[in-house]
Design a protein around this ligand. Sequence first.
Ligand code: AMP
Ligand code: GLY
Length: 437
Amino acid sequence: MNFLVIGSGAREHIIAEKLAESGSTVYSVLTNLNPGLLKLSAGYHSVTAYNSRDSQISILDFAKENSVHCVVVGPEDPLANGMADMFWKQDIPVVGPTRQLAQIETSKGFTRDLLERYSIDASPRYQRFKTMNGASEFIDDLGGNYVIKFDGLMGGKGVKVAGEHLHSKEEALIYCKQLVDGSGTYIIEEKIFGEEFSLMSFCDGRKLAHMPAVQDHKRAYEGDIGPNTGGMGSYSDSNHSLPFLTEQDISGAREINERVFRALIDETGQGYKGILYGGFMITGNGIQLIEYNARFGDPEAMNLLTLLASDFSEICYNITQGNLGTVTFRNKSSVCKYIVPKGYGSNPRKDATLIVNPGYARTSSLYYAAVNQIDGEITTTSSRAAALVSSSSTIAKAEEKCESGLNFISGNNLYVRHDIAKEELIKKRIENMEKIR
Ligand code: AMP
Ligand code: GLY
């Protein structure tokens, strides 16, 4: 089968690799010349963005020219701009929800309201705003524990948390005003405390197949401090849970995904076909929803697809046909660490260099992200450069392998959160949950 992969990060690199491994021919639509995708693709089409009418038409033409049987959309932008709707209208099946269903990611307010309407009790207190009216009062009401979120896509960077990114009510109101002036709507919600994890489910419009839990690290710097990023690295455990979660936590998260999936059918009359990503926090008050995404997590896709035992091309096509069977993952642990330009998350260097010595392959796999290969040279951009992934019988062994692999990556002005998946950080998470429960 001919697959078209939309997107040019590490997530799409591994998606393309898995499709190719299961015998499919891969074509790519890229916004940067990702060397991994260039190598795997039978052909590629380069666009500057996904949202213009011209680029959408050119992408459709490219798919038709190459007799594409199925499209897999990696990032949220094309989904938000109706890429799935466009292909389905032409009878080309797509893994990824329609624009209406993608609201589960594109509007945090839509999602909070959906949970409320369907009595899915997993939200902190929240209110939606379009102006400054009532913002100050609600912040007071939350007594210092608040989070302010832009109600739209901002690559994981539109969220500011009291005490971490906002240090006074004045700063909070300045941020609200900034969002209002940018003609954005926003939400203010209660800041909750606990440990975060991601639980994704393949959805075929009628049923779901759940994936192992993964923990991402959104903060830019070691010790979980600094600005929010797209994700600095992630790990998963061989039992498909995480060291600080109980079986009940996992079944609770699965149940929320299932109920949200059904609520979306009720609400829109459409079955969700793609990956439903629940971002949860386990708190003293049980499991709470932080956000939904309408796609594979990045970096989480590197953990999950590394461990996937079932045929990925079949899974993708079956999703589009409402025909998803059992999906199995290997009982191994995995660790992924991103190599990013220094300052990523706030003020990234644009002149970082990335040098890859193939020795990394002894212990790890490498997936290229927002880099360009031009005349054989790899240049970085202001976003994540490459992800290194290892798997083994335990998290500790996978982490060690990942670090050995990182020794083969060099260059200037790069940064890696080495603390991710180290024993010390995991111990801290377990102890934190023991205190909270
Ligand atoms: P989001 O883009 O909604 O996933 O938010 C980014 C990050 O902000 C999350 O991964 C959390 O670390 C943090 N965050 C978001 N909402 C809350 C909340 N209600 N309470 C505490 N932290 C939050
Ligand atoms: N790992 C977070 C995200 O993909 O949004």
